[in-house]
Design a protein. Structure first.
Length: 183
């Protein structure tokens, strides 16, 4: 229910605070879920990125998509290799290049985590009608457009195309990062 006594500025501030609180809570929930699977958030991001990309990646690709520095990425990969979730190889064309690739065990773990996350989401939205879900999706898309237009100077169809391109990020963050570096 909207408190009509609040000014527009107070409402916007309250919305901003709600989004910050929501992001914090979701990060906490994700971290707790990942702990149950024996992973940290950065380890999962790397593992999910490798799973989505479905082919060996350079350490540079991984540092670009995860915003980790090279020494940190090396440590993350070391731990994932020790857990048998990732394997390291060398490039056939340049033996100096180290490649990381998800193992079948790593893929299965990511699928389990994603399945649990999706089941939680279904449960959380169960009380919403289809109309409520559509309205929420429209509002979130509007907010995404608003934030994206601040990040990139795009409008209308180009902004919608960029939002569609963001769907690539969810499924293959490494491919998305490579597309971003080309533009």
């Amino acid at each position: 229910m909207v408190d009509k006594a609040l000014s527009r500025e107070e409402r916007i501030k309250a919305l901003d605070e709600a989004f910050i609180s929501l992001m914090w809570m979701v990060k906490q929930q994700i971290s707790q879920r990942l702990q149950r699977f024996g992973l940290t958030h950065p380890q999962f991001i790397v593992l999910a990125s490798l799973t989505g990309h479905q082919q060996p990646c350079t350490m540079s690709d991984l540092t670009n998509v995860t915003f980790q520095d090279p020494p940190t990425m090396t440590g993350i990969i070391d731990r994932l290799v020790k857990m048998k979730l990732v394997q390291r190889t060398r490039s056939d064309t340049d033996r100096r290049v180290v490649l990381a690739e998800v193992t079948p065990k790593g893929m299965a773990l990511v699928r389990s985590i994603e399945e649990e996350r999706l089941n939680d989401a279904k449960s959380g939205y169960a009380a919403f009608s289809d109309e409520d879900l559509t309205a929420l999706e429209d509002l979130l898309r509007y907010i995404l457009r608003m934030h994206l237009s601040r990040y990139k100077p795009l409008q209308d169809a180009d902004l919608d195309a960029e939002i569609e391109k963001l769907r690539i990020f969810k499924n293959d963050p490494i491919r998305y990062a490579k597309l971003e570096s080309e533009t």
